[in-house]
Every structure is written in structure tokens, then in C-alpha cells.
Design a protein around this ligand. Structure first.
Ligand code: DQA
Length: 154
């Protein structure tokens, strides 16, 4: 079965109580529950990982490259805007990544409009709340299907 890594960056373990007006009231566990149920319906297996540490996220991306993960849906939180190391890890493993954000980063402080991941991502989805994870997975599954049919480099 297709295995998808759902990668969660810093401060996302606080969802539910963290700035609820911006990020909503759902906890990370509840969001992961929705993804698990989607996986049962759609026939993929999600693997979840959250860390507040840049190096741990880099290590998890490397591991994904070695363990037969098909692609990654990633909310890298603030590291989206700063981490060359995470960008390089994604390039090193060569797995397709969809970047997601709960909030609309373009309507916030200017520094959030810069992503070090977006230009190497298969796609970017943001601003719609927790549904971004499920939309990101749908997009990733479609992208994997297209690659199967047309294995030329994308
Ligand atoms: C975020 C947006 C980031 O700018 C911020 O640092 C986060 C959450 C989002 O999901 O909207 O931690 O990635």
C-alpha cells in the first residue's frame, strides 16, 4: 500500500490551544484521525511525524527516502521560511513533497511569504485550515499516479 509521510514541524503539537483564532480548535491528533480515516477510504497508509527540532525533521526525511515512503505532505511551520537544511534533505531523497499551511501565509507578516520549499515542491496548499492536509494528500496521490503512467522526470 502507498505510504505517505505526514511531516509536522515546530509548534504544531500545540494545535488546539495555539492561537485558535488563526489555527482553529482541532488538535494534531484529531487532524491525524481525519487523515487515517481518509487513508482507509482511499487506500493509502499515513505515517505521522512531528518535531520541534530542525535536525530531527532532516533525519526523518532521510529515513523516508530509505524506507519506501512514496511521498511527503509537509507543514514545516516556521522552518518553511528559514531552513536550507530541510530543503537540502528533500532534494537529497528526491521524494515528491506537497507543502501545506493551515493559515494563508500570504496575508500575514511579509517574512511568511517566502518559502524555501515551494519551488521544489510538487504543489503548495494553504489557508483553508485542517483540510489542507487531505487536499495535499489527494494532490500527492494524483501526482504519484501520473508519475507511474509517465515516468519521465517532472
Ligand atoms: C504555518 C505557517 C507558518 O508561517 C507558521 O510558522 C506555522 C504554521 C501554518 O500552518 O499556517 O507554524 O505553517
Amino acid at each position: 500500500m502507498t505510504r505517505i509521510l505526514v511531516l509536522q514541524g515546530p509548534n504544531l503539537n500545540r494545535l488546539g490551544s495555539r492561537e485558535p483564532a488563526r489555527y482553529g480548535r482541532k488538535t494534531l491528533e484529531e487532524i491525524h484521525g481525519e487523515i487515517l480515516r481518509m487513508g482507509e477510504r482511499e487506500g493509502f497508509s499515513p505515517v505521522f511525524f512531528q518535531s520541534n527540532h530542525e535536525g530531527a525533521l532532516v533525519d526523518r526525511i532521510h529515513q523516508a527516502g530509505d524506507e519506501g515512503i512514496s511521498g511527503i505532505v509537509a507543514n514545516l511551520g516556521a522552518y518553511t521560511h528559514t531552513s536550507i537544511a530541510i530543503r537540502d534533505a528533500i532534494l537529497a531523497v528526491g521524494l515528491p513533497v506537497v507543502e501545506v499551511h493551515l493559515s494563508n501565509v500570504y496575508s500575514r507578516e511579509p517574512f511568511r511569504s517566502r518559502s524555501l520549499i515551494a519551488d521544489i515542491a510538487a504543489g503548495v496548499i494553504g489557508g483553508l485550515g485542517p483540510v489542507v492536509y487531505r487536499l495535499g494528500i489527494l494532490g500527492l496521490l494524483d501526482c504519484l499516479e501520473q508519475r507511474k503512467q509517465d515516468p519521465a522526470p517532472h
